[in-house]
Design a protein around this ligand. Structure first.
Ligand code: DP6
Length: 313
């Protein structure tokens, strides 16, 4: 027996950073993301005589295998009869939301494979235990994950939004986001301010998205990303994900905005930059990045759906 599923990465415009309940994975602040149609995870669950996890054609590390095994225990008492095969179409653990697409794909596949038939709330509660941001990849388009754990989708007019991921490095992160988040919560004096900023930003951003106010969407997303990084920079010891090249891309985007090209940047737990723009400005953004020496560019559009079952048998 097998089940195949697919899911997409989402990138947050207002970030999730900090858990107020680590066991249930309830965030301190609201976050708001867009699910994009690039950077996918394909997952297969199949019957086997023992548990194994194959990630990107290789046996996964003991740590990753254990994380997946523990996750599957939310669906079954018998994890020893399943083989998990997962393939990312992008570098794993480089701040490109591989845990979001990975755990959402795994959650929908497991729900079918083990016949758990979890409803919306139950599936969300389990998915976020795999990875908090994964709960947002269960859905397409704009998704808001509230600080009480609930999730809602927003019918915002984003059809002409485009994403350009500027891939600076596929190297592994300096620190996994789970650890970095906990370290920021416990040691950063800016963390309490971050919670207030992010909750306020989520309201501002959602209103701007619904009203089609791209300028405010951009301003809010950029300053929110920087506020998250500021909270990490103030931790002891500091967590520094951004690199010189990250700053160069930021300068290019700032320059474009000053010249009335509508675009903005955001960064997650890694140095890569995600630039969001609209169709009519895409070529201008791509040309400026290429002229600046950045050629590893990946263009995406909003995904109409989140994690789904591809096939089963
Ligand atoms: C910076 O969802 O990877 O991408 O819940 O501990 O697995 P865990 O964290 P994770 O954190 C994502 C953090 C972020 C911001 C975001 O996606 O909102």
């Amino acid at each position: 027996m097998f089940v195949k599923s697919t899911s997409y990465a989402n990138f947050a415009l207002v970030k999730y950073w900090g858990k107020k309940d680590s066991e249930k994975v309830i965030p301190f602040n609201d976050s708001v993301s867009v699910t994009w149609d690039i950077f996918k995870t394909h997952t297969i669950l199949q019957s086997a005589s023992s548990f194994s996890f194959v990630l990107n054609n290789n046996p996964a590390s003991e740590k990753d295998s254990e994380r997946v095994k523990q996750f599957l225990k939310h669906f079954t008492d018998d994890v020893d009869t399943v083989k998990v095969i997962s393939q990312n179409t992008f570098p794993t653990a480089a701040g490109l939301a591989s845990s979001a697409s990975g755990f959402s794909a795994l959650a929908v596949a497991a729900n079918r494979f083990f016949n758990t038939a979890f409803d919306k709330e139950q599936l969300e509660a389990v998915t976020r235990k795999g990875s908090g941001s994964a709960v947002r990849s269960l859905y397409g388009g704009v998704v808001r994950w509230r600080n009480d754990g609930t999730v809602e989708t927003l019918a915002a007019p984003i059809e002409d939004y485009v994403l350009v991921v500027v891939l600076l490095t596929g190297d592994k992160k300096v620190m996994p986001s789970r650890e970095a988040m906990a370290h920021t919560v416990t040691t950063s004096p800016y963390f309490p301010a971050w919670i207030d900023i992010a909750n306020r930003d989520a309201n501002t951003l959602c209103t701007a998205l619904m009203e089609g106010d791209f300028d405010t969407v951009g301003d809010t997303a950029q300053s929110n990303a920087m506020a998250m990084h500021a909270s990490m920079l103030a931790a002891t010891p500091p967590i520094v994900y951004l690199k010189d090249e990250t700053m160069e891309v930021i300068r290019i985007i700032d320059g474009l905005r000053q010249n009335k090209t509508e675009c903005f940047y955001t960064m997650d737990a890694g140095p890569n930059v995600k630039v969001i723009s609209r169709k009519h400005d895409l070529d201008t953004v791509l040309n400026a990045l290429r002229e600046g020496g950045f050629s590893d560019l990946h263009v995406g559009r909003p995904a109409k759906r989140g994690a789904f079952i591809d096939d089963e048998g």
